[in-house]
Design a protein around this ligand. Structure first.
Ligand code: AOF
Ligand code: ZN
Length: 349
């Protein structure tokens, strides 16, 4: 009982770093002795000290760590990364017991932290309850690919645009704010060329400042034919252009071109794996969405439905093209967003 209470406190610590740890997990730690909290800590930012070291640094006296218990939401690391192994440090300062929320799925650690502690005579208890903190991080290491979310806004009659080649406003302001959070929750956002030209999106997060904003990815035929005044090129966020043709142009530092004559959905995901991107938001358009569905590469749908009808049988509709697959989804949430409806559906395994 007491263990869960202290672990919950560590979870609250971990959550303080939301949006700041980039590809690292959210991690919190609490040091306890004689039923009293001596210090708390968390992994503040990608590249900075890990949670357990932050908690040790927050002790009034490092000698207080001797014979104490530490609660950590994730197994302490065992590798020399940007910082030395946390497990070794816990052993050195004389921690007696370590209570862990979950094993670290990163193959660099993956149980080795626990083994180090146990071999040094430290008692270790793995008690669960923290996996949800880092759902996409866990998914990435378990499935060896990013968690893929498809997002779209549509009318009651399933249309995603009122015109063929320019943008129409479908969802309302509350939905817009929600999609900004959705962007912030993903490490990369992908759109196709039709959406790039028709919508001219900025594809960034505008409701908060992010130190590690999502990477804006566009799939195009020829990078060099793109108009440099497009909104997507105006920000400072990283842009990756997946181009079917080779680029000869000189691009600003934040823009990278990757050429591949084909760029199938599988190629894109293999490429993102190499780049260690753990989560991808696919914002469309309908032909890219259809390709992800056809390739069986969909984990979640986030759908905004606006109370409108556009009519017109030839207007762009969701999955209007080449989806050749079917599978079951489970509805996870239905919310009213000021007159719009948001549905979140997860792939049923
Ligand atoms: C911990 N405590 O607070 C975190 C851990 O690049 P580095 O050196 O910062 O290492 C990142 C990896 O370390 C990350 O992928 C995960 O395996 C682990 N993160 N471990 O003991 C922490 N953030
Ligand atoms: Zn560590």
């Amino acid at each position: 009982m007491e263990d869960l209470q202290f672990l919950n406190l560590a979870i609250m610590e971990a959550q303080k770093a939301r949006d700041s740890t980039w590809t690292n997990p959210l991690v919190g730690a609490v040091i306890v002795k004689n039923h009293k909290v001596l210090a708390t800590g968390y992994h503040h930012k990608f590249g900075q000290v890990h949670a357990e070291i932050d908690a040790l640094n927050n002790l009034a006296d490092i000698h207080d760590a001797r014979n104490a218990t530490i609660y950590i939401t994730l197994e302490p690391c065992s590798h020399y990364g940007k910082t030395p192994p946390c497990a070794n440090r816990l052993i050195t300062v004389g921690i007696k017991r370590v209570v862990i929320g979950q094993k670290d799925p990163n193959p660099l650690v993956a149980g080795k932290g626990i083994t180090l502690l146990e071999n040094a005579g430290v008692s270790v208890d793995l008690i669960g309850h923290t996996e949800y903190l880092n759902m996409k991080y866990n998914f990435f290491f378990k499935n060896k690919r990013p968690f893929i979310t498809l997002k779209y806004a549509m009318t009651l009659d399933g249309k995603i645009n009122q015109y063929k080649s320019s943008r129409s406003i479908i969802s309302n302001y509350t939905s817009y704010l929600d999609t900004q959070n959705l962007r912030a929750d993903n490490q990369a956002i992908l759109i196709g060329e039709t959406t790039l030209i028709a919508d001219n999106p900025q594809l960034n997060v505008r409701t908060k400042t992010m130190e590690f904003p999502p990477i804006k990815i566009i799939l195009v035929n020829s990078a060099d034919s793109l108009d440099s005044s497009l909104n997507i090129f105006q920000g400072t966020e990283p842009v990756w252009i997946l181009s079917r043709r080779i680029s000869k142009k000189h691009w600003p530092k934040n823009i990278q071109v990757y050429s591949n004559s084909h760029w199938s959905v599988k190629d894109i995901i293999n490429f993102l794996n190499k780049k260690e991107i753990q989560s991808l938001l696919v914002e469309g358009g309908s032909s890219i969405h259809a390709k992800f569905v056809s390739a069986n590469l969909v984990d979640e749908l986030v759908i905004y439905i606006a109370p409108k009808i556009f009519g017109g049988s030839s207007l762009p509709a969701i999955y209007g093209v080449t989806n050749s697959n079917n599978f079951d989804m489970t509805i996870k949430d239905i919310s009213q967003l000021d007159g719009d409806i948001r549905i979140i559906a997860r792939r049923t395994n």
